[in-house]
Ligand binder design. Structure first.
Ligand code: G6P
Length: 369
């Protein structure tokens, strides 16, 4: 059942393993079997507003904010609408410009995060259309938004979010693609191909989970590090942020996520033979650039753990360790590449003797300011 660990030592591991199934749950009944259409019943009435929006603002905290960043890249690329991503705690206090033709999307696993609810109230007050993406059915966010989409990831117990994140990204991907299709800003063939790619994620996720023992051995090599750096570009920059967040939340290792191209403006100064650098480096349009980032790290004796596309022999030579993921379209790659980062954080935390489900000082849902 949802509320027991079954054969798993911790809820977090169970929830990581559930992802192929929960991603499927998230798009169940929402993707037509011939990939021709995405059905989001909860947004039916507001879709004309979304289509007409001059701007979309996406708001969240923690992991939910990382999901928002991925959506920003996708909505701008495919739906050609300006998107802004905000931390709820900043937005609610900084006197933002909000117009009645803005659409504000609030993302929250719990639907109860105080800052996110305050941001919702502010956006509502200014007359924006407010849409909620949350996991907990009947939560405050779900009740107080104009419309919304449930993520259907099931109860998430681990404080560090895993399956709720991939469910959020799945929902946001569906919204972005549907919007692009309705606006005519995406080529119909590419649309279909992308929907198909999304539908193929659960199967590919299962293949990644089979590599768990290999990831555990990598964790054994690096768990004593006191700092770690995570790098990615494009859709995988937010994945780098999320990988670093997982590690710091549950293992208390200081970890930073960075856009790989920004490395030369600071983080490269930290690189020495004590620093593990996790680089999300699948074979996409950024591949050559990321490979040269890896070369720069290696030249400074950093230890590179690269997340690579299956069969990538070049990076196997260059990096200290590689974790393979199946090939996918770049826009859905976050759903795959985040899984090894969740497992890496999990094993490092376990090796350090940490309570991965209940990390110190953190709460599953922050309902106070
Ligand atoms: C807390 C949790 C995180 C979560 C964040 C936002 O910090 O520990 O895992 O990402 O709140 O929570 P929400 O429920 O709004 O997504």
């Amino acid at each position: 059942g949802e509320l027991d660990k079954g054969d798993y030592e911790y809820f977090m591991l169970k929830e990581i393993y559930e992802q192929p199934k929960t991603i499927e749950e998230t798009f169940r009944g929402r993707l037509k079997s011939d990939y021709s259409e995405i059905v989001l019943g909860g947004l039916m009435n507001v879709f004309p507003k979304i289509e007409a929006a001059q701007r979309i603002i996406i708001i969240g905290c923690g992991t939910s904010w990382h999901a928002a960043l991925i959506a920003e890249y996708m909505m701008e690329e495919y739906a050609r609408v300006p998107v802004e991503v905000e931390y709820a705690s900043e937005f609610r206090y900084r006197k933002p410009v909000i117009n009645s033709n803005d659409v504000v999307i609030l993302i929250s696993q719990s639907g109860e995060t105080a800052d996110t609810l305050a941001a919702l109230h502010l956006a509502k007050e200014k007359g924006a259309t407010v849409i909620g993406i949350c996991n907990v059915v009947g939560s405050t966010l779900a009740r107080e938004t104009d419309a919304g989409v449930y993520t259907h990831a099931g109860v998430e117990i681990g404080v560090a979010s895993t399956k709720a994140f991939t469910a959020q990204v799945t929902v946001l991907t569906m919204i972005a693609l549907k919007l692009a299709r309705r606006k005519g800003t995406i080529d119909p063939e590419e649309y279909k191909a992308l929907v198909k790619e999304l539908a193929a994620i659960p199967e590919k996720g299962r293949a990644i989970l089979e590599g768990n023992e290999h990831i555990k051995r990598i964790a054994e090599k690096y768990y004593e590090a006191v700092n770690a750096l995570y790098l990615g570009r494009g859709y995988l920059f937010p994945v780098a942020l999320e990988g670093a967040l997982k590690l710091k939340e549950i293992s208390y290792v200081h970890a930073e996520g960075y856009a790989a191209g920004e490395m030369k403006h600071g983080p490269i100064a930290l690189v020495d033979d004590n620093l593990p650098v996790v680089v999300v480096a699948p074979q996409d349009d950024y591949y050559e650039k990321v490979v040269s980032n890896i070369q720069e790290i290696k030249a400074r004796k950093g230890n590179v753990i690269a997340i690579v596309t299956e069969g990538d022999t070049g990076l196997k030579e260059l990096a200290n360790d590689v974790i393979e993921i199946p090939k996918s379209h770049p826009a859905v790659a976050p759903l795959l590449s985040v899984i090894p980062l969740q497992l890496l954080a999990y094993h490092i935390a376990l090796l350090k003797g940490c309570n991965v489900d209940q990390p110190r000082n953190l709460a599953k849902s922050v309902t106070v300011e």
